[in-house]
Write a protein that binds this ligand. Structure first.
Ligand SMILES: NC(=O)c1ccc[n+]([C@@H]2O[C@H](COP(=O)([O-])OP(=O)(O)OC[C@H]3O[C@@H](n4cnc5c(N)ncnc54)[C@H](O)[C@@H]3O)[C@@H](O)[C@H]2O)c1
Length: 398
């Protein structure tokens, strides 16, 4: 087989962009064979736009049809676990949009299903393909910053207007989306945080709900995390600040990385700071240092690169850039942050069974409260999105 027959479940904003890319022949190793959307108006539109491609109302039927070697799940978040598990149980390869799900307890089940089959399970963490993050990872893995000390990420350029939040009934609701900025926009950054700097062992967070918008979920969050080795991380995000900032700083005992405005600045210390601290006889000296600046704009869209990476993983048995287990790590930080904010305590990672159960229970209570307030159902896609291509807003915004 040199090309995967691909079905897409959920053909809204991003699902349609994936489908245009594949149908337009842009994705090596993928051929579009089937589409599914629960919205009738959207199915009508797809019939005329993609003649010859089978259109389904039910994603399970698409998966079981035998038409697809792989499916892409691009529905609202709560449907990801069901379709991913159904695909894996039917030996169909599956790539899900981020986040893997809303509850870590569900994402563990998705990964357990993946462990029982040869079908592959990947996640659309497209920002991993940005060459600057790749370079930063290479420097860290080669020991270029030494023992990690601190990560600070201010990513406040996820600005969204009220009109964005009003564009679909599932958006920014506990029932439809399972959270706000931490579950919709920031998963990319939280994934990159854990990819570059590893998983923390303790999380304390402050999530502020409806601070800048008429929404019931958080649009502003600050996470403070600690690591086993004494390192720490501070992560600040919001959808309510303009112009906003995107600045990631990672320091270790041998150097520092700063990523901002499409540049990676790497400062290498001539003497490791821990050694210099106890050997230097000057009270106010700093270690000798040398700076290198990297700037390599992304040439192809990151979504297209992840689609091709996934196809190559299935067709050639290669490791994936972002696989299902990354979904557990990314979401563990988010679930811990919510749990910390809701309970006012520090939460340990990996999440204990008790903490996962408490998170699930408190989220259900939020959903129940929301249903009482405004009858939100969480059903997605009432406002039919039109045709879409990949847009800048979905790439790294420096
Ligand atoms: N990777 C990225 O850059 C990126 C960008 C945007 C969105 N996303 C993610 O993609 C997913 C979809 O977001 P969107 O903005 O495209 O949403 P959207 O509302 O535009 O599209 C969702 C589509 O799913 C359909 N749908 C709802 N329930 C369904 C079901 N049970 N079965 C089949 N179809 C169903 C809806 O009718 C709608 O057409 C989310 O997980 C979101 O976080 C990722």
């Amino acid at each position: 087989m040199d090309s995967l027959r691909v079905g897409i479940i959920g053909v809204g904003n991003i699902g349609h962009a994936h489908c245009s890319g594949i149908a337009g022949g842009k994705i090596k190793g993928m051929t579009l064979c089937a589409l599914c959307d629960t919205d009738e108006a959207k199915r009508e539109m797809l019939f005329s736009e993609f003649p010859g491609v089978r259109i389904f109302e039910d994603g399970d039927e698409l998966i079981k049809s035998g038409l697809a070697d792989a499916v892409i799940v691009a529905t609202p978040h709560y449907f990801h676990p069901h379709y991913v598990i159904t695909a894996l149980e039917n030996n169909v390869n599956v790539l899900t949009e981020k986040p893997a799900g809303v509850n870590v307890s569900e994402v563990l089940k998705m990964n357990a299903a993946a462990a029982k089959t040869n079908a592959r399970f990947g996640i659309m963490f497209n920002q991993r393909t940005d060459p600057l993050f790749g370079k930063a990872k290479q420097i860290i893995e080669e020991g270029g910053i030494g023992v990690p000390k601190r990560l600070v990420w201010i990513v406040t350029n996820w600005y969204r207007t009220q009109s964005y939040y009003d564009s679909g009934s599932w958006r920014a609701t506990w029932n439809g989306e399972g959270g706000g900025v931490l579950i919709n926009q920031a998963p990319h950054n939280i994934d990159l945080w854990q990819w570059l700097f590893g998983m923390p062992s303790k999380v304390t967070a402050f999530c502020r709900e409806g601070l800048y918008h008429n929404i019931g979920v958080e649009d502003d969050a600050t996470i403070y995390a600690e690591y086993e080795n004494g390192a720490s991380a501070v992560f600040i995000t919001t959808t309510g600040e303009a112009p906003g900032t995107n600045r990631l700083e990672i320091s270790g005992d041998k150097g520092r990385l700063v990523l901002e405005k499409n540049e990676l600045r790497y400062v290498k210390l001539g003497i490791p700071e821990r050694e210099f601290c106890f050997t230097s006889e000057a009270a106010a000296a700093v270690p000798p240092m040398e700076e290198t600046v990297y700037s390599s704009p992304q040439e192809r869209d990151g979504h297209e690169l992840i689609l091709e990476d996934f196809a190559a993983a299935v067709l050639e048995g290669k490791p994936m850039l972002a696989s299902g287990t990354d979904g557990i790590r990314e979401l563990s930080i988010t679930n811990a942050a919510f749990l910390s904010s809701w309970t006012g305590r520090t939460v340990d990672l990996p999440l204990s069974a008790e903490d996962m159960a408490e998170f699930d229970r408190l989220l259900e209570a939020k959903k129940e409260e929301e249903r009482k307030l405004d009858g939100a159902t969480g059903k997605g896609g009432e406002k039919t999105a039109g045709k879409s291509e990949y847009i800048k807003r979905w790439s790294v915004k420096w």
